[in-house]
Design a protein. Structure first.
Length: 102
């Protein structure tokens, strides 16, 4: 059976008050996010402190794989999480000019 890759939108709701424990965990979260980006497992990551929301689009083989990734994020334990399976995901990535050694 062929593994298919699915995309999921994860909607995180931040706590009403950002505790010292939450704030001190942010550097670990950033490292985990960078790792997931470099592995191609995280496609998008956005935060709005105004609405206390964090949104992320993940690429995973299954919802079980997704839940493992989400539960491994250091800040997940502080937030409410809602997952939506995406029917499709399109993104615009601006082309960056190639670096010239001339």
């Amino acid at each position: 059976m062929e593994n298919s890759i699915n995309q999921y939108m994860v909607d995180f709701t931040l706590p009403d008050t950002l505790s010292d424990d939450f704030i001190s965990t942010i550097p670990k979260q950033r490292r985990a996010i960078q790792r997931l980006f470099s592995q191609g497992k995280l496609l998008n990551y956005a935060l709005s402190l105004e609405t206390s929301k964090l949104w992320a689009v993940f690429s995973a083989n299954s919802e079980v794989d997704l839940m493992e990734m989400v539960s491994d994020l250091p800040l997940s334990r502080f937030m409410r999480i809602h997952i939506s399976s995406l029917t499709f995901y399109n993104a615009f990535t601006p082309l960056q000019p190639a670096f010239s050694f001339n």
